[in-house]
Design a protein around this ligand. Structure first.
Ligand code: SF4
Length: 329
């Protein structure tokens, strides 16, 4: 059952001097309670913008974001503040996201104070110690008066996670939480997030550019390309049966997934995400090895491939090709 549901329809537009770039376009997805939905794609594909919009940190130009049935886009400041208590974000850069002038105790008390938790200082200190123990920073008392610069990168990201979780939110958006860390500590942070998700019954939106990380963390993934979701479904299904040409290319380059697949997908893409706006054509057109004439003047819609697996490519269903041809003519 969809107890918790997010939807983002239409888009957010970033204007540049010479052109208009749709950072996110017609993105529409839901997250089931207790699952981790990953968003994966190259940098600039719109995954961080999507997470920031869900958290109301970036404003959309149109659409809805539903949280427990309430549209966050329609909320006033006071309502939004209340909703934010249940929705938290973990940012990519633990060096930037923690105030260097504050000791850990103060950093972790900040969300409690911001949400006006009317409890005495000693109670709040107890909550800080509890959350520090939860994230394996023990003995917790030894960290209370340290500053961020006195911690390692991995420890800083643990503090950022603790700060996001101290209010016991229902939902967390994690934006590439390990990409700025040394490889040696990444797995520890991912395992911590996974176990906290289980213990606290969290629902999570997990942003990554790395398919192996998504395979480890996520129940389902949405693959984004140039602001559009091009494929969405259960992670195992997408890795074993990638269908959109872009997803096939992503799977093909991740060698440690090949034992999972039992075979190798041979598809490597040339070039990078194109900046030019494709007027009326498939967003993946410029790099697609399977393109057809239709792809130049019609945009494929997400269509159901199987139970929970959706793909936007004209190769999926001959019917969509026929209807696109009719539109084009
Ligand atoms: Fe490639 Fe056409 Fe499919 Fe787009 S619709 S991914 S261009 S085959």
């Amino acid at each position: 059952s969809l107890v918790k549901r997010f939807e983002k329809k239409q888009g957010t537009i970033f204007r540049r001097t010479k052109s208009t770039v749709h950072a996110v376009n017609n993105v529409n997805f839901s997250i089931k309670k207790g699952e981790i939905l990953g968003i994966i794609g190259e940098s600039g594909c719109g995954k961080t913008t999507t997470a920031r919009m869900v958290m109301r940190l970036t404003k959309e130009t149109s659409g809805q974001i539903l949280f427990d049935g309430q549209d966050l886009c329609q909320m006033g400041e006071r309502e939004l503040r209340r909703a934010r208590q249940e929705m938290q974000m973990i940012f990519q850069d633990p060096y930037d996201s923690l105030n260097p002038g504050m000791p850990i105790l103060e950093i972790l008390m900040e969300p409690l104070n911001a949400h006006k938790m009317e409890v005495p200082f000693e109670e709040k200190r107890k909550l800080v110690i509890e959350i520090l123990e939860h994230i394996d920073m023990k003995p917790a008392e030894t960290f209370l008066y340290r500053y961020p610069h006195q911690l390692s990168g991995g420890q800083r990201q643990r503090i950022a996670i603790a700060r996001a979780l101290i209010l016991k939110p229902k939902f967390v958006a994690a934006d590439e939480p390990t990409s700025m860390l040394d490889v040696s500590v990444r797995m520890g942070i991912l395992q911590l997030l996974k176990s906290l998700k289980e213990e606290m019954g969290l629902t999570m939106l997990f942003i990554t550019h790395d398919l192996s990380t998504a395979a480890f963390m996520c129940d389902r993934i949405a693959v984004m390309y140039r602001g559009n979701i091009v494929e969405i479904g259960p992670i195992k299904e997408i890795i074993s049966n990638p269908t959109h040409p872009y997803t096939k290319a992503l799977v093909a380059v991740v060698s440690d997934l090949h034992h999972f697949l039992g075979h190798r997908h041979e598809m490597i893409l040339d070039g990078e995400v194109q900046n030019e706006v494709v007027q009326g054509g498939c967003p993946f057109l410029a790099r697609c090895p399977q393109q057809m004439d239709t792809c130049q003047n019609s945009i494929p819609k997400l269509e159901q491939l199987s139970n929970d697996h959706y793909v936007s490519c004209f190769h999926l269903h001959p019917e969509s090709l026929i209807s696109a041809n009719k539109q084009a003519n």
